[in-house]
Design a protein around this ligand. Structure first.
Ligand code: ADP
Ligand code: MG
Ligand code: ZN
Length: 634
């Protein structure tokens, strides 16, 4: 985007410079007189006679029938001339005087209209014509450069003759109702979103019914949610359900290419929609064009124009015909408030990450297309994937099917799906990474460190798998914990326990090898993020209590928090974060010290087996150690 803007601006400047140059060259070559103003002074007839007598006249132009003479004097600049009226009837004597003085005489037939016309044509019209031609040529070149004729501009049938000479084509893709091929059946979970959209479908099916009662239906609905939750899918499903055409364009497509095209595209999009009503206009990733207009100093005129045009069109279209504008975004906070006011995108439909039941439904939906070998337990997969989006889940099913093919099977098994969860979370297994013996030991102790700390917590998700097979994500091993049930709240104690589990890996390294490695980098990052959130957002510190110290910027993207407190307070926050993590670290260290024998035993077991299940882990952990004195019962 940035690059495009730059290029466009540079091209504009180039264009203006070339046009100016051409204009100047034409002026000096073709119309050299245009810049030179003649200075003509009115003088009396006797002055002319005197000048002739003194032989000072250089040249005289006499216009027949008008008794007008213009003459120049010897030794004066070319553009200085004198004009006088000749006494009628005195021509003969005048000629004699001129001949005597030796001046040159020329007789001029008065200017007729046609020469005046050529003059205007040459000085006014021609430069304009040249400007226009250059502009047209540039425009054509730019369009070629930006691939305007490429497949992205493919218009469906019935689109011919849209837009002014190819300048304003909206670039929207039209999908005919029968080709949408997606209905609400293809969207799993998201029941609330579907419920809200059913009304839109009904409106598109019978706009007359709503008109009759005088109801004003929402013109636009905004689908808001994290990436991959099915926003685009839902918009298509609305079109499929209602059996209407579907125009889709992405916000960034509005804001590309030649200056001023964005607004023209919006205009044409709505024109097309109007001709094809009832239909759905879908603007994907609307934040690209709909960003708040007051943000920052660097304004983007092109984007603002496009946005203004969009606002105008949203007000202007006749929605009795059955046009509904849907838009999707994962940055609703950055949208211009004008877009969200009643009559525009006044309906906000949240499309959140699926919960446990939703995840299971999505998995089942996608697994239908895959040949599977029972027993298949998709609930287990759903439990293992909290926070996964619909797109992630679809990907997990597909990866599982791919793995079955790789293994030379004709049906996918539970094990394939389980493995693909790990692929989606941690990347493919990386066979090429060969750890040294010592490194492998360190990783074993690190992972068992996490697992033992996790297992010693009263609550908290049980360990389901521990592995030290390196992954393409860079992880050298990991410990998987899966909650039994869906969790919506986390208590302070649970958060503290989690911090201790994060610290368990590094603590084990320190305890056994008296050494630190880079392997804990990810744990440290996660722990810090959690601790910081506990203090700045969840009000879980004694020092600050329920004071909000930060705001979440992109709730649907990365959840980045920015501090909103004074710099002095920020220092205290850092100190509090450090304290939280330090406490968790000592707690983890303490737990591992108490279970040092188990740590050795389990780490050696993991080192040998490379991957162990949660069950194996728990049996070994619970087994009485003959060398250990029995624990005193409290
Ligand atoms: P978004 O537009 O929200 O980023 P998409 O609608 O493009 O996400 O979803 C990408 C893909 O993920 C879809 O094509 C579909 O295969 C899958 N998907 C996402 N959400 C769902 C869902 N709720 N039900 C079924 N499939 C889904
Ligand atoms: Mg999308
Ligand atoms: Zn770790």
């Amino acid at each position: 985007m940035e690059m495009d803007d730059h290029k466009r601006r540079r091209n504009m400047i180039l264009y203006v410079i070339i046009a100016l140059l051409v204009y100047l060259i034409l002026n000096t070559l073709l119309f050299p007189n245009m810049g030179q103003q003649a200075q003509i002074t009115d003088v009396s007839y006797s002055t002319l006679l005197d000048d002739l007598e003194n032989k000072e006249v250089d040249r005289i132009d006499y216009t027949t029938g008008e008794y007008d003479a213009v003459y120049t004097r010897k030794g004066e600049a070319d553009n200085v001339a004198y004009q006088t009226t000749i006494l009628p009837g005195s021509e003969d004597t005048l000629i004699q005087l001129i001949r005597d003085s030796g001046a040159e005489i020329d007789v001029v037939v008065p200017n007729n209209d046609s020469s005046l016309w050529t003059y205007y044509l040459m000085t006014l019209v021609l430069p304009f014509l040249i400007f226009f031609l250059i502009g047209w040529w540039f425009n054509r070149r730019m369009k070629k450069a930006s691939g305007d004729d490429g497949p992205s501009m493919n218009f469906g049938g019935g689109f011919g003759g849209m837009g002014g000479g190819g300048l304003g084509k909206s670039g929207a893709r039209k999908v005919k109702s029968e080709d949408v091929g997606v209905t609400f059946k293809d969207v799993a979970g998201q029941e609330e979103a579907k419920e809200s959209l059913k009304e839109v479908v009904d409106f598109l099916e019978n706009p007359k019914r709503y008109e009759a009662i005088g109801a004003r239906l929402p013109r636009g609905a905004l689908l808001v949610g994290p990436p991959g939750t099915g926003k685009t899918l839902l918009a298509k499903a609305v079109a499929g359900e209602a059996g209407v055409s579907f125009f889709s364009i992405s916000g960034s497509e509005f804001v590309e290419m030649f200056v001023g095209r964005g607004a023209a595209k919006v205009r044409d999009l709505f024109k097309q929609a109007n001709e094809n009503a009832p239909c759905i206009v879908f603007i994907d990733e609307i934040d690209a064009v709909g960003k708040r207009r007051d943000q920052g100093l660097s304004t983007n005129d092109e984007r603002e124009q496009t946005l203004n045009q969009l606002l105008t069109e949203m007000d202007g279209f006749d929605n009795h015909k059955g046009i509904v504008v849907l838009a999707a975004t994962n940055r609703p906070d950055s949208l211009d408030p004008a877009l969200l006011r009643p009559g525009r995108f006044d309906r906000r439909i949240p499309v959140e990450l699926p919960d446990l039941a939703g995840r299971k439904a999505i998995l089942e939906l996608h697994a239908k297309d895959v040949k599977t070998q029972p027993p298949i337990d998709l609930s287990a997969i759903a439990r293992a994937t909290p926070g996964a989006s619909g797109a992630d889940l679809a990907n997990i099913i597909n990866e599982g099917a791919l793995r079955a093919v790789r293994m030379g099977r004709s049906r996918a098994m539970q094990e394939d799906f389980e493995e693909s969860v790990e692929v989606v979370i941690a990347g493919q297994q990386r066979k090429s990474t060969v750890l040294s013996d010592h490194e492998k030991q360190v990783v074993s102790y690190h992972e068992i460190g996490h697992a033992i700390v996790a297992a010693s917590m009263k609550e908290g998700a049980p360990v389901t798998k521990i592995t030290i097979v390196p992954r393409t994500s860079g992880a050298l091993g990991y410990t998987m914990q899966v909650e039994e049930d869906e969790k919506f709240l986390t208590t302070r104690q649970e958060a503290l326990d989690k911090l201790a589990v994060y610290c368990g890996g590094r603590a084990a390294e320190e305890l056994i090898f008296n050494e630190m490695t880079t392997g804990a980098a990810n744990d440290i990052e996660q722990a810090t993020k959690l601790a910081r959130n506990m203090i700045t957002r969840f009000g879980m510190s004694d020092e600050f209590g329920m004071m909000a110290l930060g705001t979440v910027q992109n709730a649907y993207l990365n959840q980045d928090t920015s501090l909103t407190c004074a710099p002095g307070t920020a220092e205290h926050v850092d100190e509090a974060v450090r304290k939280l993590i330090e406490d968790a670290h000592s707690r983890a260290l303490q737990i591992l010290k108490e279970n040092k024998f188990k740590l050795h035993e389990l780490a050696r077991y993991l080192y040998k087996k490379e991957t162990i299940t949660g069950q194996e882990f728990m049996t070994l952990l619970k087994r009485e150690n003959p060398l250990m004195p029995p624990k005193p019962q409290a």
